[in-house]
Design a protein around this ligand. Structure first.
Ligand SMILES: Nc1nc2c(c(=O)[nH]1)N[C@H]1C(S)=C(S)[C@@H](COP(=O)(O)OP(=O)(O)OC[C@H]3O[C@@H](n4cnc5c(=O)[nH]c(N)nc54)[C@H](O)[C@@H]3O)O[C@H]1N2
Ligand SMILES: Nc1nc2c(c(=O)[nH]1)N[C@H]1C(S)=C(S)[C@@H](COP(=O)(O)OP(=O)(O)OC[C@H]3O[C@@H](n4cnc5c(=O)[nH]c(N)nc54)[C@H](O)[C@@H]3O)O[C@H]1N2
Ligand code: SF4
Ligand SMILES: [Mo]
Length: 759
């Protein structure tokens, strides 16, 4: 045994993995500021001890060599120089204020607000936006989920009526453009997948052009030709209608306005559509019959259809699979979950972007439209940008154009923990402690009936000698610098908060009743008042007090069913107290199944089946020509596959990957042979937008003509001697921002015309 191993082990501390939206509860042991050991936390009410192998590598995030240690400012010579917080905040406030005064707050844009697990800071962003009159915002959801949200809004009445699949109990589980073995996306993914696969009474359906690890477990693998899901899904739905497999009782009781949709489906030529998507007609019919005959079906769609042709239509057809078969509002099916906070924007404002007229959904500008809104001489263009916890230079389509756009801005302010591709372009970089060094939380609470939330405590302090501020404090200082809160009696409110929360609540309520313009500032106001009274330096958690009361008010029965007692204000207080003290997380709502129907927001509480715009698109499929591919770009590149060695851009150090260090391009043996490429060979990959050298992995899980590159690579990172290096290919050096869904503007990352040549 070595000396270090003999040193007394630190205690296991509960926290969460921050690498994907599941945020599995973990317990970690810290040794000399390193995340030394990691294990699943059995007390976590969502993950119950589950964690995948990636969590073992979290120290690559915690102790990355490009972590920021203090604020930075762009100097006259163009380099980034150290600057003090007071100077940085004062100058940013002055410069944002100047942009607003000259061009209006609509010219300042806010992007991000949290990555896979750090949403607490973003909860304070509303105050900064209000202080500078910011009108437009967005985040990564606007390059994946906005089409789906819009469809939810039409079907269920509100885009926040978001459905969640109950795979634990489903007889049939369906994945459409989703590879949960690698990407997760629902609790204990791999355990549940294996359970379904080995149970002869249950079935797994996967729609994916590749034989993924998920597809390899499937009973029904519909191996569509890339980009043809609309045909496949339409054919499945057509079989349901034509073979009279609909759940008529469910539809009569809970749905309406289906005539036009069902008429269109009745006329679809199933054999033709099967041919167009490359799936056998027999397999399509067998799958449809399996769905119709099952006691329960749950469905999950993801990037494979959201970032591909017909994105929004695909989301619509995916939802019709469970709706037409009546798999809604019961165990094992789809339910509308509760939530603790919104992940979207302010959807009450504009419906279109000011310059290019792109559709704004749930308050979010399509990521692909951002450069259009900057690179123009239109007086309404965006001129300043605040980026919080996101790396848009790397993650938005057409990175060269995003760089050009950010260069054109008068001011770019970036909040991050690392010197990212985006931070390198900033005028000011505002660094925060890591997610293990501060109070933090994720708002990805998507479960039903028992929905869980975890407020995480810091498990260590920030690095010695660093000069970092948590995001809530940065927002507070920016807001304070504008003077907007100067006439609010903060001291009085703080005293009240310390004395009586009920009186504090009453005073706050009266304040925003009198001055509604202060409403978006509430997070900062409660942070400065109630926050100061919270134990253990938990001020950042103060904003959650607002959420706790909101949830208690709107879903009191569900909160009480979760074992939290009280009525009215007392229930909100009890929930907040439970949030503060449940370090492994808590169940905050336990819903009854009828809740799904109660949450429908159409006045008649029915699902509205026909979405006219999308039924038009569905009808138009018949005329769509699938001509021969562009001879210059004969392959379809899927730019951004999730693998066990990818984690967005949260891990920047390539050394975290033991295998597939450079992120190989996967190529079918037929294509590899044709081009003359052996496994491990280097090749030149070219798209209409760019070109890159790649390592090839010959892989028979693909179909000929389809090639696949991982996400999250091509990041610049310092080696031990400090020289910067880039490992692998940044996928968005190869994508174009104009290749996007006509409706929601979601990118076609999974469908990039490409060619491959021996290097
Ligand atoms: N390991 C790992 N896990 C992650 C992440 C990560 O970076 N690494 N990122 C997280 C994030 S932000 C997200 S949004 C999720 C995404 O999770 P997923 O959507 O599951 O991830 P992808 O691998 O991008 O795409 C899923 C599948 O779409 C398939 N596909 C490609 N083209 C088509 C098509 O035309 N039709 C159909 N039906 N399928 C197609 C691909 O073959 C792939 O298997 O993963 C999360 N989890
Ligand atoms: N071509 C292609 N492009 C894609 C995709 C694809 O499949 N293909 N997938 C898309 C999808 S689904 C997504 S979700 C996006 C993701 O892309 P982004 O929205 O850019 O998010 P991440 O890569 O997750 O980056 C998160 C950032 O947060 C920083 N960070 C981590 N912890 C903290 C913290 O505590 N505080 C602060 N301030 N910052 C922190 C990290 O350093 C990192 O810079 O990429 C999209 N882009
Ligand atoms: S990467 Fe996702 S599934 Fe794996 S441990 Fe982390 S949160 Fe859980
Ligand atoms: Mo994502």
């Amino acid at each position: 045994m070595t000396d270090t191993a003999a040193a007394p082990a630190a205690d296991w501390q509960p926290t969460a993995c921050i690498l994907c939206s599941l945020n599995c509860g973990i317990e970690v042991r810290v040794d000399d500021r390193r995340i030394a050991s990691v294990r699943g936390d059995r007390a976590n009410p969502r993950s119950h001890g589950y964690a995948c192998e990636k969590a073992q590598r979290l120290d690559h995030y915690q102790n990355g060599r490009d972590r920021l240690t203090g604020p930075l400012r762009r100097a006259a010579d163009g380099t980034l120089e150290a600057v003090g917080w007071d100077t940085a905040i004062r100058e940013i406030a002055e410069r944002l204020g100047a942009v607003r005064d000259q061009h209006g707050g609509a010219s300042i844009f806010y992007y991000g607000g949290g990555g896979q697990a750090n949403h607490l800071g973003g909860a304070y962003g509303s105050a900064t936006r209000a202080a500078f009159g910011v009108r437009y915002m967005s985040n990564a959801l606007a390059q994946e989920k906005t089409g789906e949200f819009w469809v939810d809004g039409q079907l269920f009445g509100r885009s926040r009526c978001h459905t969640t699949p109950d795979f634990e109990r489903a007889e049939v589980a369906v994945f459409v453009g989703k590879n949960p073995w690698e990407s997760h996306g629902f609790p204990r993914s791999r355990v549940v997948l294996k359970e379904i696969a080995k149970d002869p009474a249950r079935s797994l359906v996967v729609i994916d052009p590749r034989r993924t690890k998920t597809a390899a477990l499937a009973d029904f693998h519909l191996q569509v030709r890339p980009g043809t899901d609309a045909f496949c899904l339409a054919a499945l739905l057509a079989v349901l209608v034509q073979e009279e497999l609909l759940d008529e009782d469910f539809l009569a009781e809970h749905a309406g306005e289906g005539e036009r949709l069902l008429g269109v489906l009745r006329d679809i030529p199933v054999d033709d559509y099967a041919g167009r998507c490359g799936v056998g007609e027999d397999l399509i019919r067998a799958t449809a019959r399996r769905l119709a005959g099952a006691g329960s079906v749950a469905v999950l769609e993801d990037l494979g259809i959201q970032q591909a042709p017909h994105s929004t239509l695909n989301s619509y057809l995916e939802k019709l699979l469970f709706l037409l078969t009546g798999n809604f509002g019961r165990a094992g099916t789809m339910n509308i979950h509760s939530g603790i906070a919104s992940l979207g924007g302010d959807f009450r404002k504009d419906r279109e972007t000011p310059v290019s007229g792109a559709r704004i959904i749930t308050g979010l500008i399509p990521s692909n439209a951002i450069a259009d809104e900057i690179l123009t001489d239109d007086p309404g263009r965006l001129r300043a940008m605040i980026v919080e916890s996101s790396n848009p230079v790397h993650s938005i389509a057409d990175s060269p154009r995003m760089r050009e756009a950010l260069e054109r801005l008068d001011l770019l302010v970036v909040f991050d923990v690392a010197l990212t591709e985006t931070a390198r372009m900033a005028d000011y970089v505002l660094p925060s402690p890591s997610q293990y060094e501060k109070w933090e939380a994720s708002f990805f609470c998507l479960e039903f009936p028992r929905n869980a939330f975890q407020l995480r405590r810091p498990i260590m302090g920030p690095p010695p000698g660093s000069d970092l501020l948590p995001e809530p404090e940065i927002h507070r200082r920016l807001v304070r610098a504008t003077g907007v809160l100067d006439d609010v009696d903060i001291d009085g409110l703080r005293d009240l908060a310390a004395r009586s929360r009920a009186e504090f609540g009453g005073a706050l309520f009266a304040l925003v009743g009198e001055r509604p313009e202060l409403r978006p500032h509430l997070p900062v106001i409660v942070y400065e008042t109630l926050g100061a009274t919270l134990p253990d330096g938990a001020a950042a958690a103060a904003a959650l007090w607002l959420n706790a009361h909101g949830v208690a008010q709107m879903m009191g029965d569900s909160v009480r069913r979760a074992g939290i007692e009280g009525e009215g204000f007392a229930l909100g207080e009890a929930l907040f107290e439970r949030i503060l003290t449940s370090h492994s997380g808590l169940v905050f709502t336990d819903d009854a199944y009828p809740e799904t129907f109660a949450r429908l927001a159409h006045p008649d509480k029915r699902v509205r089946l026909t979405i006219p715009e999308l039924v038009d698109e569905l009808e138009g499929l018949r005329e769509e020509r699938q001509g021969p591919a562009d001879p210059d770009f004969p392959l379809v590149l899927s730019a951004g596959e999730r693998r066990s060695g990818t984690a967005n851009t949260i891990f920047r150090d390539p050394a975290w990957r033991k295998q597939d260090r450079e992120g190989a391009l996967r190529v079918h043996p037929h294509d590899a042979g044709h081009i003359g490429l052996a496994d491990g060979a280097r090749a030149r990959l070219t798209t209409r937008r760019g070109s890159a050298e790649v390592v090839v992995e010959v892989h028979d899980g693909l179909q000929p003509g389809h090639i696949s590159l991982p996400n999250g690579l091509g990041l610049s990172y310092p080696s031990e001697d400090g020289t910067q290096g880039v490992c692998g290919v940044a996928p968005n050096d190869l994508t174009s921002s104009d290749e996007r869904d006509w409706f929601a503007g979601t990118p076609h990352h999974k469908h990039v015309p490409a060619r491959l040549e021996a290097a």
